[in-house]
Ligand binder design. Structure first.
Ligand SMILES: [Zn+2]
Length: 360
């Protein structure tokens, strides 16, 4: 075994959908990458007359973060097999009963989109391993060094960072960039890229999504909103929709702070801690639970604009008729490497697949 290539990922999804037709459904995503690659997702869940909650798990946005798509495929396969056989699942010291698996499949729609950025992954696996972005050449001016957009700076959350953030917020090099040569080039507009349009399409198709996880590497972190600035729970007017705070976000220690409700914050922490405990149970790995802005494995504030988790959580505040989404980013692998050996990756897959935590 080794890391799946981009063709194997799509064929694995098709294979699962045809092997488990009663409890899964293949989704063909509508937006083709700049290289003409088409992506798929898989819905795991039984039909029922009861209202269900959607759980969306995505990975592969960053091309070099090998292992995320493999985690997602294994996760879906384990769930489908265990439900069909009427068994539980055991990952080292973390286990789920047959009843818990039945509950996940019958009460939730688990939507898995393993490889958001197949063109980037193909380039990373075949030409330049450290490639991060997609392969869109539209802003390159014909120069190879200027190809690609960072999908995880292209979502519609404070995307226009030059307006929304304090000038110094860019100093750490994590926020976003308008330079196509940058690894964090944010594109020409929010959702300018096929990769992010496909994720948005899933949210539009499944308005009952209440949980979201974007799987990245590395570091060993379970991150929740907000990612633009330090959270605060008292001053509601200090929030991403308020233009009065433009030019003042993204620096630690000044007057701004991104508002988050105390109950939302508590829920983020509770479920994040449950996910972390499930991972630790497998073989003792400890994943930190934190606000994205304070990315623990980075060791310094890590302001971002246009990231998937913030956009997913923010949709409710932009339009309260939408379901509120508890959104997370995971940085798997505590060893600081994008390219674990396959033997190590097999252990990491068990760690992350153990993190079902049964959200409702
Ligand atoms: Zn990443």
């Amino acid at each position: 075994m080794s890391f799946l290539n981009v063709v194997e990922i799509e064929s694995a999804l098709m294979g699962l959908a045809s092997a488990y037709p009663n409890i899964s459904k293949l989704l063909t995503l509508p937006y083709f990458t700049a290289e003409g690659r088409q992506s798929h997702a898989l819905v795991v869940g039984t039909g029922t007359s009861c209202p269900k909650t959607g759980v969306l798990v995505i990975s592969g946005a960053h091309a070099r973060e090998w292992g995320g798509p493999d985690i997602c495929i294994d996760f879906a396969a384990d769930l489908l097999e265990a439900y069909t056989l009427g068994t539980g699942l055991v990952y080292g010291g973390t286990s789920y009963s047959a009843g818990e698996i039945k509950s996940i499949v019958e009460r939730l729609d688990v939507i898995v989109f393993p490889d958001v950025n197949p063109a980037g992954r193909h380039y990373s696996q075949n030409s330049y391993a450290m490639w991060r972005k997609n392969r869109n050449p539209a802003s390159s001016g014909g120069q190879a060094s200027r190809i690609g957009v960072d999908p995880n700076r292209n979502y519609d959350f404070l995307w226009d960072f030059n307006t929304a953030f304090a000038p110094g917020a860019q100093a750490g090099g994590t926020l976003a960039s308008a330079d196509p040569a940058s690894d964090i080039f944010h594109g020409t507009a929010p959702f300018s890229e096929a990769e992010t349009k496909n994720v948005r399409w899933l949210f539009d198709q499944f308005p009952h999504i209440g949980w979201f996880m974007d799987i990245h590497s590395y570091g060993g972190d379970i991150l929740h909103s907000w990612g633009d600035y330090a959270n605060q729970v008292t001053a509601t007017e200090k929030n991403f929709t308020n233009p009065a705070w433009n030019g003042q976000r993204g620096l630690s220690g000044d007057a701004y702070g991104e508002f988050i409700g105390a109950c939302d914050l508590a829920k983020f922490a509770d479920v994040g801690n449950a996910v972390s405990a499930a991972i630790t149970g497998v073989r003792g790995e400890t994943y930190a639970v934190a606000q994205s802005f304070f990315l623990p494995s980075w060791g310094a504030p890590y302001p971002t604009s246009g990231a998937s988790d913030d956009w997913a959580f923010s949709r409710y505040f932009s339009d309260p008729s939408r379901k509120k989404v508890a959104a997370y980013t995971m940085e798997f692998n505590r060893v600081h490497s994008f390219f674990p050996t396959w033997a190590e990756m097999e252990s990491i897959i068990l760690d992350v697949d153990a993190a079902y935590s049964g959200p409702t």
